[in-house]
Design a binder for this molecule. Structure first.
Ligand code: ADP
Ligand code: MG
Length: 281
């Protein structure tokens, strides 16, 4: 079953002047139909302004469609009565961890969400522990968040979402503000959630390296889905990716260029190990 489904989703931002007259309309998402199955790891790629965040905000009903429909776990996000349930099914993690952490102590921060929805105290602590363990932050439970690195803070934000026991987690460029080691930590934690806990993951990023392990990739351009496929299918199309202003992972690019020069290699090489093996080194 699809945990997230959109049908002909279009969203327009409408700018008005002081009198309320329409000054301009931006179609940020343009007729997007897609489905995400429970347990899938889906990546959404696209250059700045391609509509990724606007699409993401529809998945937990921060925005509702101008046209078309979005269902989360079968619930229509346009129906006001569903919003509370939808937000518990689909949690969001944003770019800046500093804007998401409110507690003075890590474990308190993670407990806020379940407390707000009236989870009994004993269960809150169980959820806090399991969530912090899932992202490898349990030993930091007594720390003040401002003592943590960016990658650690972002993992605490993810734990805060997990403590709500969602079916799906949407991460909107969670690594954009992190250094390379922080990025790796966060992606490792996200992969473990998907693989170990079978959590549905929707990861928005513009780092190609982060999507290698996704089951499926959507590439957005100008509000539409420009490409869809497995990472290997996507990375096989180097010229198309370049035309969409996306970088290709270095090893994929190297393999592509070697191939252009007549060396026989399969399309869509994703890792150094694959390239080494294909070259017979
Ligand atoms: P991305 O996340 O891929 O960078 P966004 O969804 O943020 O893309 O933006 C898609 C388009 O919508 C862009 O043209 C952007 O300028 C516009 N946009 C985004 N947010 C707003 C807003 N709050 N008001 C008006 N236009 C917006
Ligand atoms: Mg964005």
């Amino acid at each position: 079953m699809n945990i997230v489904k959109t049908k002909n989703l279009t969203f327009e931002y409408i700018r008005r002047d002081e009198e309320g007259n329409v000054e301009g309309i931006t179609t940020a998402v343009d007729n997007v139909s897609l489905g995400v199955k429970q347990g899938d790891f889906v990546a959404i790629l696209g250059h700045n302004g391609s509509g990724k965040s606007t699409l993401a905000k529809h998945i937990n009903a921060i925005l509702t469609p101008t046209e078309g429909t979005v269902w989360v776990d079968g619930m229509d996000t346009s129906d006001d009565g569903n919003v509370w349930n939808i937000r518990q099914r689909a949690g969001m993690v944003f770019q800046n961890p500093d804007n998401q952490i409110i507690g003075q102590v890590v474990e308190e921060d993670v407990g806020f969400g379940p407390e707000n929805i009236g989870v009994p105290t004993k269960e809150i602590w169980e959820r806090v522990e399991e969530s912090l363990r899932a992202v490898g932050m349990y030993e930091y439970r007594k720390y003040s968040p401002n003592k943590l690195s960016g990658g650690q803070k972002q993992r605490v934000s993810i734990a805060g979402v997990l403590a709500m026991h969602p079916k799906c987690i949407v991460l909107d460029e969670p690594t954009a503000m992190l250094d390379p080691s922080g990025r790796k930590e966060v992606i490792r934690a996200v992969r473990a959630l998907n693989e170990v806990e079978n959590m549905t993951v929707i990861l928005i990023t513009h780092y190609m390296e982060e999507i290698i392990h996704a089951d499926r990739v959507f590439v957005m351009d100008n509000g539409s889905i420009a490409m869809e496929g497995t990472p290997r299918e996507i990375f096989s199309q180097v010229e198309k990716l370049k035309s969409l202003r996306l970088d290709v992972p270095q090893v994929t690019l190297l393999a592509y260029e070697l191939k252009q020069r007549g060396i026989e290699l399969p399309d869509g090489i994703l890792t150094t190990e694959e390239l080494v093996a294909a070259l017979g080194l």
